[in-house]
Write a new protein. Structure first.
Length: 347
């Protein structure tokens, strides 16, 4: 709106929100794979597809010296460690996985991590990057996870940490840790989902040709890396597809087992071996995800969202949002609802 003959007040345009700043902490010994994951998630411009812009920087003690990575690669930093002091609670510091948990990590890096956390900036590590956070003292008295092969070593060297050996990723008071390799992708997508909503995370995941989220624990990889038989895998995949296509209908373990042609006990056992979780927990997770999309994309009242997602009642949906997302459906919609008619992801 502009002033006309002094009758209408001038209205200044609302400035665009500042992009979330992402600091990729760089020092010798970090893993090239984790650097690539972080760069793929936050370093690509997906704003034409409705994903918010990010400002990703590679932070190092000496921003003018390339950082050696495994496989003969190098990383060119573009910000000094002091840049971390400019970050806020809406930004993020990421520690990639490391090649050697016994290495001596640079003291300036550890000090910068401590300052960032003290200032309230969220900090996350991928895979064995948890050892860096532990050396900095950030995991004392907290829950944490790392690659299952290194979990016992982390617990032995840092008994003050509560190591969650099976989790894919863990959050404890603003500090995130993840299990190995692919679980780092899970954590990165979850951090996008937490800050910007399920649709933004799903768009990033689709461009990476990966699942927006995985349920289960590391146990599915430690104990049962593959289904016991192709027949069982096909049957379980068909059951999951059926449940997803009929989320608004009631489901029981007995009913899903019958659809797979198994006894309930055998079905539950094979389902857990394949996914690392129980059928009902998997179903609830899918319903929460469906409700997130409905809250972001539509104006349906909360009881209708609950019905379409299969919760049956708004009260039940509210309970599961509290346990899974630590928020309410109403607050989630307020934070992540796309403006009417301006949802490029949903088109």
């Amino acid at each position: 709106m502009t002033a006309i003959d002094g009758l209408l007040p001038s209205v200044e345009p609302t400035p665009a929100p500042r992009p979330q700043r992402i600091a990729l902490l760089s020092f010798p010994g970090i893993r090239a794979f984790d650097v690539s994951v972080i760069t793929e998630v936050w370093g690509s411009d997906r704003t034409p597809r409705g994903v918010p812009p990010f400002e990703l920087h590679r932070v190092a003690a000496d921003p003018h010296t390339p950082v050696p990575l495994s496989g003969g690669l190098t990383l060119s930093p573009d910000r000094p460690l002091a840049w971390l002091d400019e970050l806020t609670a809406t930004d993020l510091v990421l520690v990639p996985g490391i090649e050697d948990p016994d290495a001596d990590f640079p003291a300036p890096v550890l000090a910068a991590l401590r300052r960032a956390h003290t200032a309230g900036t969220p900090v996350a590590s991928l895979c064995a990057g948890a050892f860096v956070l532990a050396r900095a003292g950030l995991l004392d008295g907290r829950r944490a996870v790392t690659h299952w092969h290194l979990a016992q070593a982390l617990a032995d060297r840092h008994p003050e940490i509560q190591v969650e050996a099976d989790a894919l990723f863990v959050e404890d008071t603003g500090i995130w840790t993840s299990a190995g390799t692919a679980a780092g992708i899970d954590l990165c997508l979850h951090l996008v989902r937490t800050a910007h909503g399920a649709e933004a995370a799903a768009t990033v995941a689709r461009s990476m040709v990966t699942a927006p989220f995985r349920t289960g624990t590391q146990a599915q990889f430690i104990e049962h890396p593959t289904p016991r038989a192709d027949r069982d895998a096909d049957a379980l995949a068909a059951v999951r597809a059926h449940a997803l296509a009929h989320l608004d209908e009631p489901h029981t373990v007995a009913g899903l087992a019958a659809h797979a042609g198994m006894s309930p006990r055998s079905f539950a056992r094979h389902f857990h071996a394949t996914t690392g979780t129980t059928p009902l927990h998997w179903l609830i997770t899918q319903r929460v995800a469906a409700a997130q999309k409905l809250l972001e994309r539509t104006d349906h009242p909360l009881p209708e969202v609950a019905r379409r997602a299969g919760f049956g009642s708004e009260v039940t949906m509210r309970q599961h949002f509290a346990s899974h997302l630590a928020t309410s459906p109403r607050d989630y919609r307020s934070a992540f609802r796309h403006p009417a008619g301006n949802n490029p992801i949903a088109r």
